[in-house]
Design a protein around this ligand. Structure first.
Ligand code: PHE
Length: 340
């Protein structure tokens, strides 16, 4: 039975059709009343219980393969549900509609947003084409800072004032310019950097920026918020580690690692055998940045963070190559059908 089924499976995979009539003939050949499948099912009755179970599974596999093939052929020949079979047979079942699925980055972004929303953060967005003020100057970047360089930033029409934003921190400025504290918001979005595309780097990726400005906001608040986020996102055992770092717009600044959830912190290829993986940059909003937005640093303080959405997604789904996210390969995307 196994050999027969395998031969049929190979035939089915290889079958091509150009017209709806050919697809219909294919369907009748296999699953029509007098087709191959009903005949095989009849044969099954002669087998003993053990063999029958195995044969049943094989035949189901075959039936699914036929149906899948028909769906693929139908989409290729563009046959609409009306003219696919006899036009006036209104009793026949409707064709299956192809169901799309959410992109893995959308699934993860939504989960991240939900966690912050539960903590009272509002969700806002800013433009992807930014001016120098919002992307750099207001964020306290000195004029000679290397991040402004042509090598990192995509400028629009060679205008040094207009560029694709290199981070979502630009939206912090827009938010602070347009509102008064208390501010508790996150800003999800796409950012761009002029980098060679490889498995580990891309010229665009996604971040979720967070900003909290109020009276008496402390570094302890930042730590607790990020610990809570990490444990909600991964699991209650997840640990965090803050390493001192530098960003022009935060002081003090840190980069945050979480315990590698692929190996449980023991060390593996993904965490380069350190047990930790970096997921975000953060810090206390620099007083100069508050001043640039007309917020009095003598009265208010705040924290900010920027999380890489691809990073989190890779940790959850073990996606090894960043290019997968933007190639629209259905073999990759269809794996996330059950995931939302
Ligand atoms: N904007 C920084 C980056 O893209 C991340 C960051 C955001 C750091 C907020 C501190 C505060 O790397």
């Amino acid at each position: 039975m196994k050999d027969i089924v395998n031969q049929h499976l190979a035939d089915i995979e290889a079958f091509l059709a150009e017209t709806p009539e050919e697809i219909e003939a294919f369907r009748i050949k296999y699953i029509g009343k007098k087709g191959l499948m009903p005949a095989l099912f009849t044969k099954m009755k002669d087998l003993d219980a053990e063999q029958r179970k195995e044969a049943g599974q094989l035949l189901n596999q075959l039936k699914n393969a036929v149906n899948d093939r028909i769906e693929i052929l139908k989409s290729q020949t563009n046959s609409s549900s009306i003219n696919f079979q006899t036009e006036d047979d209104l009793s026949r079942p409707a064709n299956f509609a192809f169901e799309g699925s959410r992109h893995p980055l959308s699934i993860v972004r939504k989960k991240m947003i939900d966690i912050f929303a539960r903590m009272g953060f509002t969700v806002e967005e800013g433009p992807e084409i930014e001016d120098d003020w919002h992307n750099f100057s207001a964020l306290n970047f000195p004029p000679e800072h290397p991040a402004r360089d042509m090598q990192d930033t995509f400028f629009v029409d060679k205008d040094p004032d207009i560029a694709l934003r290199t981070h979502t921190s630009s939206v912090q400025i827009r938010k602070m310019e347009n509102s008064t504290p208390p501010i508790r918001s996150i800003f999800p979005g796409r950012v761009y950097r002029n980098e060679a595309i490889s498995a580990r780097a891309h010229c665009f990726f996604h971040q979720i920026e967070g900003l909290y400005v109020d009276k008496n906001v402390s570094f302890a608040d930042l730590k607790q918020t990020l610990l809570h986020f990490s444990r909600e996102m991964f699991d209650a055992e997840t640990g965090i580690r803050l390493r001192p770092s530098y960003f022009p717009f935060t002081e003090p600044s840190a980069e945050m690692d979480i315990s590698c959830n692929l190996c449980g912190g023991k060390g593996c290829g993904f965490c380069k055998y350190t047990g930790w993986v970096e997921i975000l940059g953060c810090g206390m909003v620099d007083p100069n940045v508050l001043k640039n937005c007309d917020i009095d640093p003598g009265v208010y303080s705040g924290f900010a963070f920027g999380i890489g959405v691809e990073r989190i997604t890779n940790l959850i789904y073990s996606v090894k190559d960043l290019r997968m996210f933007s190639e629209n390969d259905l073999r990759f995307l269809n794996q996330f059908k059950a995931a939302h």
